[in-house]
Ligand binder design. Structure first.
Ligand code: ZN
Length: 286
């Protein structure tokens, strides 16, 4: 057994350093409630898509439209992927979204795209579960911590093949949408927004945990598309994620995606978000 490190004499002093929020998000444009409320007023539903239980579906949302993910039939968690509809290499960046906002997102937060694009892909404009906040276990809803359930981790832990993990569902859905093979589609599948999922880190060991989602039929989370979006949503085989995962045992339900067109003229003066303007080419100034 190697010796465990000796705690230094100034350990207390080192631990007493004050936490500092990493990113000064106050410099970002504030959430414009009046703008989004005006755009929502009189909007019309133009499409509906169902993500079947234990499977995924794709959907398109033009820039300036809204989309909702709606709980129907029973409590169900969804794993969401987003791409620039015109360029699959631009996709949702859950890690930076987590750093800019929080481990769980709600109304007013934005879903950011990967480098070098780093722009808002969508803004959350409604969340019927925002009342949940943080519970006594330290859990919240709609996390950007977890990745997505996948057949590789499942095999690693259980040594069985299971083909309806969210990773596989999203891969199949994208392959169907783009008429490409699953091998071609798989690299585009990325870390998700865990819609309706209730998660946190344990207080003693800081391990990622899940608990039964508080979502009920009729609840929804609503987004405004800041650019043209292609989305894929998987109705997770974990159901409400309150029990067994990655099997056909758990009760699962479909999820509904609704696409809304804003009222005529309500977006006057608005234009889709532009890609990040960093132009330094990584040239060192040392
Ligand atoms: Zn899943």
């Amino acid at each position: 057994m190697p010796n465990s490190p000796t705690e230094p004499k100034d350990s207390q002093q080192r631990r007493a350093a004050k936490p500092i929020i990493c990113y000064e998000v106050d410099s970002l444009p504030p959430y414009d409630d009046a703008f989004y409320e005006k755009a929502k007023h009189g909007m019309t539903k133009v499409a509906e898509v169902i993500a079947p239980a234990r499977d995924a579906a794709t959907f398109k949302v033009p820039a300036g439209h809204f989309f909702r993910i709606v709980s129907v039939d029973g409590p169900q968690v969804g794993d969401l992927n987003l791409w620039n509809e015109n360029d699959l290499s631009e996709k949702f960046f859950s890690g930076k979204t987590r750093q800019l906002h929080a481990s769980h997102v709600t109304k007013g937060d934005r879903l950011w795209s990967n480098l070098p694009n780093l722009r808002p892909m969508a803004t959350i404009t409604e969340d019927t579960l925002s009342w949940y906040g943080w519970d006594d276990d330290g859990a919240g809803v709609h996390d950007v911590i977890g990745t997505r359930c996948d057949p590789y981790t499942n095999y690693l832990l259980k040594e069985v093949d299971y083909n309806n993990c969210c990773h596989s569902n999203l891969t199949r859905a994208l392959a169907n949408e783009k008429s490409i093979s699953s091998d071609q589609a798989e690299p585009h599948v990325h870390d998700v927004l865990n819609v309706f999922m209730c998660t946190g880190f344990t207080k003693d060991t800081y391990q990622y945990f899940m608990k039964a989602s508080p979502v009920r039929p009729g609840d929804f989370i609503e987004f405004f598309a800041e650019i043209d979006l292609l989305g894929a949503l998987s109705a997770c085989p974990g159901g409400d994620c309150g029990g067994e995962h990655s099997s056909d045992v758990t009760q699962c339900y479909p999820l509904l995606i609704e696409i809304y067109k804003p009222a005529e003229g309500s977006l006057e003066g608005w234009s889709p978000q532009e890609r990040n303007r960093y132009g330094g080419k990584h040239i060192s100034s040392l």
